[in-house]
Design a binder for this molecule. Structure first.
Ligand SMILES: [Zn+2]
Length: 247
């Protein structure tokens, strides 16, 4: 066992992605105690896993309802989610803008090679903050979903009541890092992200740590134990289940 894992031995914290149990998770850029030392899961991965396990108090977010037997397109597929989603899917396709380990090379904001209504589910976690025309991406996701299909989306967000901060004239890596939190981000979303989804024609459920029992949310660390004072830190993670209406 490596020194890090040894130093975190204990109880009280459990990763519901890989099963690791210990005293605490390791630190991310902004928060102490949020990353699993074994599989690298972050808050968003564990929150989605907990929802798929049927632990959220919003109905219809469990694995059987959302993933089982479905045609799923997974953008920028994270290893923490990939195995579970691919096992559950009826058809599983991965895509990325430039990674070489995916089935398709796709620009999420322009996907002419993907037919209308060809997927039941699109998963895209922490992708849209990299995309210059995110509204075009939302329209494309809606186009390729079947009626009644679901997009599972996350983005870094400032804490409310902030409004999305974007400025196409900020082009330098250092400028983007200072303003948007990372050198390849083109904006920092505010709590109006959901408005963009609704304006695109999605019906949206927003999942946060508050939709789980306090005990389970604490044990799996579905919210940072200590909030960061930085406005770029995403203290409150939200997972958006955006449905294309069936009508
Ligand atoms: Zn883990």
């Amino acid at each position: 066992m490596n020194a890090l894992l040894k130093s975190l031995q204990g109880s009280g914290t459990k990763c519901n992605v890989c099963g690791w149990e210990g005293r605490a998770f390791t630190d991310d850029q902004w928060h102490p105690g949020t990353i699993c030392p074994l599989c690298g899961s972050q808050v968003r991965h564990r929150m989605l896993a907990a929802a798929l396990d049927g632990q959220a108090d919003i109905p219809g977010l469990d694995e059987k309802s959302v993933l089982t037997g479905k045609a799923i397109l997974h953008f920028a597929p994270e290893r923490q989610l990939r195995d579970r989603v691919s096992r559950s899917a009826g058809k599983y396709v991965t895509a990325d803008y430039d990674r070489g380990d995916c089935d398709l090379k796709l620009d999420i904001s322009a996907m002419p090679s993907v037919q209308d209504r060809s997927f039941d589910v699109v998963i895209s976690c922490d992708v849209l903050e990299h995309v210059p025309d995110d509204l075009a991406a939302m329209r494309e996701i809606r186009r390729i979903l079947r009626p009644g299909g679901t997009a599972i989306l996350t983005v870094p967000q400032m804490d409310p009541p902030a409004h999305t901060d974007e400025d196409p004239s900020v082009l330098s890596e250092s400028g983007r890092e200072i303003r948007f939190g990372q050198k390849d981000h083109v904006r920092m979303y505010g709590d109006d992200f959901v408005d963009r989804l609704r304006a695109t024609g999605f019906e949206v459920d927003v999942l946060t740590s508050e939709h789980f029992s306090v005990n389970e949310a604490g044990r799996m660390v579905l919210a940072p134990p200590v909030k960061s004072p930085s406005p770029l830190a995403t203290n409150c993670r939200r997972i958006y289940f955006a449905r294309k209406p069936s009508g």
